[in-house]
Design a protein around this ligand. Sequence first.
Ligand code: ATP
Ligand code: PRP
Ligand code: MG
Length: 286
Amino acid sequence: MENKIKIAIQTKGRLNEDSMNLINEAGIGLSVGRRTLVSEAKNFPMDALYLRDDDIPQTVADGVSDIGIVGENEVAEKSENVVIAKRLGFSKCRLSLAIPKSLDYPGLEFFNGKKIATSYPGILKKFLRENNIDADIHVITGSVEIAPGIGLADAIFDIVSSGSTLVSNRLKEVEVVMKSEAVLIANPNLSKEKKEILDELIFRIESVQRAQGKKYILLNIPNEKVDEIIRLLPGMKAPTLVPLAKEGWSSMHSVIAENDFWEIIGKLKKAGAEGILVIPIEKMIF
Ligand SMILES: Nc1ncnc2c1ncn2[C@@H]1O[C@H](COP(=O)(O)OP(=O)(O)OP(=O)(O)O)[C@@H](O)[C@H]1O
Ligand SMILES: O=P(O)(O)OC[C@H]1O[C@H](OP(=O)(O)OP(=O)(O)O)[C@H](O)[C@@H]1O
Ligand SMILES: [Mg+2]
């Protein structure tokens, strides 16, 4: 058996760039496959197959590729036998029912006897069945939001992110059916060797994800303020403290969440910190 893993990546579209970036940040050299639809990683036992996202769950289930990066919505729609090996945190969206803005919404019974346009008939059918709603599903592959406006359907079921496509088409979101993000999926019957390669990939992805939104901070502090400042900056285990050449001062190094940064910085200055440097972190390994 070949000691290499095959990963399916979307050829072009919303998932492509973030998928390629993630693989590259994991230290794996993959060239972009616009025309070559298969490429070999330079320094990792992996080949990439570039496919339409619709085809990725089936390709992974059949073992044509071993793993793949795809939206959770496609995984749910296709109901193929694959496992979610890692949630990836990008391409976040939801799948929602929406109706014309001008109509009152009494609740799910609104959809009884109505026609709903969607590119996700599998997920919608299951949702309607579970809620005892009898509606007619009209499948279209794109531009779903224009369906009510042109008299093709009474309502839609589609991807919503910012909601601006709904607003432009005078629709309102009335039910969120599922939340989705990009996921790394895997064939459930990988060989031991391929499973080991997948585990190494997941380990690298987790190191990259951990570093996202985190900063390395260095600051000079008066020694008598060490305890007070440690309480503000707990760090990974404990902040590193190095004596400065200047008597009575130390340099402190730690990690902070980017979101907490502006709040903490004010408190640090108040406590007497000086020369504060904030530096990006590429990877974090525990
Ligand atoms: N507006 C959005 N915001 C965030 N994520 C989105 C948005 N639209 C789609 N996605 C996610 O990205 C995935 C891919 O979207 P894209 O529009 O590239 O699909 P596609 O047109 O079906 O591509 P393909 O040509 O590969 O079939 C979707 O399945 C969904 O998970
Ligand atoms: O809530 P919003 O932020 O407006 O995003 C939702 C829209 O994004 C996607 O379409 P996309 O922009 O990929 O266009 P396409 O499906 O027509 O290619 C999706 O099909 C929705 O139409
Ligand atoms: Mg598609």
